[in-house]
Design a protein around this ligand. Structure first.
Ligand code: 6PG
Length: 234
């Protein structure tokens, strides 16, 4: 378990400004310390205004690699693809945005193995990870379902795996590739961005429940040893 700090904002505009500022600082620190930065950014909808703002930052973007915390198993260019959304914003800046799902995807498990192999070549631990949380308590694509235990408790060196959420989530009813809990928990800096009272309650409850939480976000946070900032707006 870890130290959690909540940061509350009046609206999503302020939330986006704060996240953009913090992530810029993390990237600058990584570039100073290690010459390059590898960061994982959440998909979903909540953080995209922050990404638009972050992209305005004057940074040596070509030394920055961006991976998604999770990806939907769909072709690049599909509106459901998280990488496609990230690429639109950060590729024009010169960042490397890594697609993690192969284009000819035989099945989600093979896609997961291929993502894992790609990620083994990045520098680890990640410099930073931004997580979103779903109303059901999932984070990245760690959903309850047949792959839940693998995502939580698979081999420590496994960075990513294929996941079949059960039931398939309405917002994107497709299998996923997700960072594993071990990959997320090992990051040098971890931040969560959520909006709304319902998600706040889920996260508060998940933290209270700890390692035996019914919520994936609770199970992930219970493994994290560094302080975590949770940014929230109504
Ligand atoms: C994804 C995500 C996922 C997301 C949450 C919250 O690909 O679906 O990375 O973990 O962060 O579902 O999504 P919203 O911000 O859209 O509510």
């Amino acid at each position: 378990t870890t130290e959690i700090e909540w940061w509350d904002y009046d609206d999503v505009g302020e939330l986006a400004d704060a996240i953009a500022g913090d992530v810029q600082f993390v990237i600058e620190s990584a570039l100073d310390a290690r010459g390059s930065a590898v960061i994982a950014l959440a998909g979903g909808k909540t953080p995209f205004p922050a990404y638009e703002k972050l992209a305005q930052a004057k940074l040596d973007w070509k030394r920055v690699t961006i991976i998604p915390t999770d990806e939907r198993v769909v072709p690049l260019g599909d509106p459901l693809s998280n990488v496609t959304g990230l690429a639109k914003i950060f590729l024009p800046k010169g960042a490397r945005v890594m697609p993690i799902v192969p284009q000819a995807t035989p099945d989600y498990k093979a896609a997961g193995r291929s993502a894992d192999a790609l990620m083994q070549d990045l520098h680890w631990p990640l410099d930073f990870c931004l997580l979103g949380v779903g109303g059901d308590g999932h984070t990245a694509s760690i959903f309850p379902g047949p792959d839940f235990d693998e995502a939580l408790n698979g081999p420590k060196e496994r960075r990513a795996l294929g996941v079949l959420p059960e039931p398939l989530p309405a917002e994107a009813p497709v299998p996923r590739v997700s960072l594993s809990r071990a990959a997320i928990a090992s990051t040098r800096a971890l931040m969560i961005a959520i909006t709304g009272d319902a998600k706040r309650k889920v996260v508060e409850q998940a933290i209270k429940q700890g390692p035996s939480s019914a919520y994936p976000i609770g199970r992930v946070l219970s493994e994290v040893e560094l302080p975590v900032d949770i940014h929230w707006a109504p």
